[in-house]
Structures are given as structure tokens and as C-alpha cells.
Design a protein around this ligand. Sequence first.
Ligand SMILES: *Cc1c(COP(=O)(O)O)cnc(C)c1O
Length: 385
Amino acid sequence: MTENIQGFNTRAVHAGQEFEPRTGAVVPPLHFSSTYAQDGIGNLRAGYEYGRGGNPTRDALQEQLAALENGTHAYSFSSGLAAEDSLIRALAEPGDHIVLGNDAYGGTYRLISKVLGGWGIGNTPVDMSDHAALKAAIAANKTKLVWVETPSNPMMRISDIKAIAEITHAAGALLVVDNTFASPFLQQPLDLGADVVVHSTTKYIGGHSDVVGGAIVVKDPVLAEAIGFIQFAVGAVSGPMDAFLTTRGLKTLGVRMRTHSENAMAVALWLEKRPEVQAVHYPGLPTHPGHELAKAQMRDFGGMVSVQFTGGEDAARTVAEATRVFTLAESLGGIESLMNYPSEMTHASVKGTELAVPVNLLRLSVGIEDVEDLIADLEQAFAKL
Ligand SMILES: *Cc1c(COP(=O)(O)O)cnc(C)c1O
């Protein structure tokens, strides 16, 4: 049934979600079983043998993810970083090299430099808007993987996926896009030339701050086989309950992203007018250097806004601790608004490196509450400055 479904929201609701044939249950049941009865040795009823290798609840999520990213195969993991680790182990080997954005998520940089570096993987961070520097870094290191995050975390920089895919492929490398911030509703990197999409499904895909997970999506059968093998052989899979919660969240991605984007735009416009603010980083603002590019490769601009204060670190810390509707917490992409002080929270691991973030920066994950309440909350917090 799902191969005839074209629209994003229809796919979100139906892909991988066929009703259960025995009872007619509209929502596919949650399968906890770790093992499956065999009718004879190796004679399986539905291809399932053992939970690490395959689970129907995980398969339902994987089918849904592949459909929404316009891929052919998706693989679900216990966290975004578990997905990234398995992805790099599947596509690279000791001696290989990765070029990544110099504003990559701190945990991604820590994984690549501190964990996979010890396994023999080299890395060079570059400014992804400087295509000459990107080409030079790839050529100098015979790079295997180029790793792009757009919009980036937390500086909200926009990278040109199409142009970077051309540069990457001309050098015989593969392009990975971390699509966590945009989500497949706003941006579909495989259609723009990326070879692999990776997600922290903990964020917008799960969407309710109640499950940690990660995913990889591809459309090339050779890459799919390599990733599927590592998912099975290493076993960093999502559990059935996690997969179920993620599927449930993903069904409403489109309606959530519309409100996140609308609210974030209103918050960004409000922040831009305030004298306490030095800079607002939101790709929906015409003043943002990546605005035109974002308009071309995204459907809307998403729910993440970063802001720098003229009052420096003290002002950022004061506002972070003064809001009532925005909760001071790590993570992002849930329906509730969150406030994060990156240099001490999400990006503490890159302090003192070239990926360090400004100390006067706050990152807002704008939720789907009433925007008047969000702005009133910021107003009362700014009054403390
Ligand atoms: C959170 C995040 C990750 C890591 O995902 P986890 O689910 O926390 O392991 C990777 N990339 C980006 C952009 C993120 O925001």
C-alpha cells in the first residue's frame, strides 16, 4: 500500500504502519520478544530469528524513516552517536580520513577525534562555506567521508548540500549529512546528492523528549549492506519500546515542524529588535548569511534559534537561568521549549578546541507552545539584565 503514497504527511502516518492482520489492530503491536519460534531448523515464519538481527517494531520505524528521507534503507540505533559510530565503522577503516564542518556537534567531533581517532581514523575540521578549503582538505588527505551538518549546531550556519556533494563525489568520497536540525520534513539531503543521512532521532523525529535514538538512511544497496552488517554485528540497535515511541513521534513530524518554524521565526524577529542582543542566528531572517541557500534547500527554517548578548557571558547566563516556560536543559527538538548554554552544556566537550562556541551564546529550541507565552517569558527574563 505504501508505495503508492506520495505526500510527506501521508507517508509519515502510513509507511511501515500496516494494521496487524490477525486482530485488525490499527496500530501495529509492540513486539518485545527477543527470539522467534522456528517451524523447522532455519524455517522462519516471517524472516525473524533473533532480536538483534531483526524486530518488527524496529522494522516499522526503519520503513517509515526510509520513506520520509526518500531513501531505500534505514537503520535504527540506540542513540545518534551509536548510529554515527556504526556508520563510520561500516564505511571507513583505519587509515581513512574524514573532513567535517568546524562547527560540528561537539559529541560528533569527540567521537571522531577521541574514539575513532584511536582506531586510526584521521580528521580535518573545515569551514564548509569555504569550498576551496574543503577541496584542499579532501585532496591533501585522500578523504573517505565528508561530514556536513546543516543547519549547524549551535551557530545555525547553512551549508550548500548540492555543491558539497559535487566536490565530494569528484574526489571519490562519500557525503554524510547530519539532518537532525532540519528533520526530513524541512530538508531531504539524499535528493540533493548526499550519500548518507544520519539523525539523532532523540530530537525532532522523536519530538517529545522521551526517547534517545539514532538512525542512518541510504538509497544505495551497497552502502545499505555494509551498514546493515555493522548494525547486526555490533548490535547498537534501538530497543522495541524506543522504536515504538520514535515511530509514534514521527507520525506528527510535519504538523510539529510547521509550528516550531512559525514560533521560531516570531522569537527570532523579537530578539533581533532588542538592544541586549548582539546577534541572532536564524536562517529564516533575511539578514542571515545562509538565508537564500536555506530558502533553496529547505521547506522552512526550523525551530532552532541562537542568540549572542552584548552583555557577554553574564547576560547569557542570567537569561538562561531566568526563564520559566523555556526549561534550562540540554537537547532540542521536543514540543516543549528548551534553553541551553552551549559553552558549558552541550558543547562543553569542545571547549578550548577550534570547535569552541562563544561564551555569550544561548541556544533556544523553540517549542510548540503559544508564541505569546514564549515571548512574554523572554521579556521577563530580559528584564533581569
Ligand atoms: C544530539 C545530536 C547528536 C547526537 O545524538 P544522540 O542521540 O544524543 O546520541 C548528533 N548530531 C546532532 C546535530 C545532535 O543535535
